[in-house]
Design a binder for this molecule. Structure first.
Ligand SMILES: [Zn+2]
Length: 238
C-alpha cells in the first residue's frame, strides 16, 4: 500500500499522524510526506529565509527516520489559498506518488487557516487526480485514493471515528518530533513545552480514550459514491 500524508507546516505530520505513518512504514508499506508551506513564520529571532531553510532540513531528517518520500511545496506560511494553481500543483503531486491512502488535516474540524485550506484542497482534488482532461505533468492516477482526516492540534473540536494504536511506534514518533529543534524553542516560548511533550500529551489522551498507551485518531469524510476501503487503516484500530 502507498500512504501519502499532507501537512500544512513542518511538524504537523509528526504531531498528528507520525505514529501511524511509522506503523505503515514498519509494516512494509510506502510512505510519503508532503509539506504545503515553508514554515517561515516559525521563529521570533530568525528571518523568513533562514528559518524556512532550517525547518526544511528538520522535516527531511524526520522523514528519513521512516524512509518516507519527501515533497516540499514551499508556499508562504500563513498565506495558503485554494487557487487553481495550488489545486493543479496538488493534483500533480498526488499523481507523482499515486497513493492508495491520503491523510491530511480536517477541513471542517480544524481551526488553523493553512490546515483548513490544506484539507479543503485535498478534498477538492482527490477525485480529480483520476480525470484525464485535467492535465498536469504526470499521468492521472488509476483509482481514487481513500481519504482520512487526522486529529487537530490538541484535539480541539475533533470527533474521532477510528484510532490507531501507536504504542509500539511512540519512540519513533518522538524521534521524528525531536528533529524539529527550532520548534522546541518556539513552543517553549509560546507554551512552555517541547515538541515531544506537546505531542505526548495528545497521544497519551487519545490512547486513554481507546484503551492503549498511545494512539492517533482519524475520521473519514463522506461523499457519494465514496471510496473508503475499510482495510486502508492498519489493524489495531477500534
Ligand atoms: Zn500547522
Amino acid at each position: 500500500m502507498k500512504v501519502m500524508a499532507f501537512g500544512a507546516h513542518p511538524d504537523d505530520i509528526e504531531i498528528l499522524c507520525a505514529g501511524t505513518l511509522a506503523k505503515y512504514s514498519s509494516a512494509g508499506h510506502d510512505v510519503a510526506i508532503v509539506l504545503m508551506t515553508n514554515g517561515e513564520v516559525g521563529s521570533s529571532t530568525l528571518g523568513k529565509k533562514e528559518i524556512a531553510a532550517i525547518r526544511r532540513g528538520e522535516a527531511e531528517k524526520s522523514a528519513e527516520i521512516i524512509q518516507a518520500e519527501f515533497f516540499w511545496l514551499g508556499y508562504p506560511d500563513e498565506f495558503l489559498f485554494n487557487t487553481p494553481e495550488l489545486r493543479l500543483r496538488v493534483i500533480d503531486t498526488i499523481r507523482r506518488f499515486s497513493p492508495d491512502v491520503i491523510i491530511t488535516h480536517d477541513k471542517d474540524a480544524d481551526y488553523h487557516p493553512d490546515h483548513t485550506t490544506t484539507g479543503q484542497v485535498i478534498w477538492d482534488t482527490h477525485v480529480m487526480v483520476t480525470v484525464s482532461n485535467i492535465e498536469t505533468e504526470t499521468a492521472p492516477c488509476e483509482k481514487i485514493p481513500t481519504l482520512f482526516f487526522m486529529d487537530t492540534v490538541a484535539g480541539v473540536n475533533f470527533q474521532p471515528e477510528c484510532y490507531v494504536d501507536i504504542t509500539q511506534q511512540w519512540e519513533m514518533k518522538a524521534a521524528m518530533l525531536s528533529c524539529h529543534k527550532s520548534q522546541d524553542e518556539w513552543l517553549n516560548d509560546q507554551y512552555g513545552v517541547t515538541c515531544v511533550e506537546f505531542a505526548q500529551t495528545q497521544a497519551r489522551f487519545r490512547g486513554f480514550q481507546t484503551g492503549t498507551r498511545y494512539a492517533e485518531c482519524f475520521r473519514t469524510p463522506k461523499f457519494f459514491p465514496g471510496s473508503v476501503n475499510p482495510n486502508s487503516l492498519l489493524p489495531g484500530l477500534i
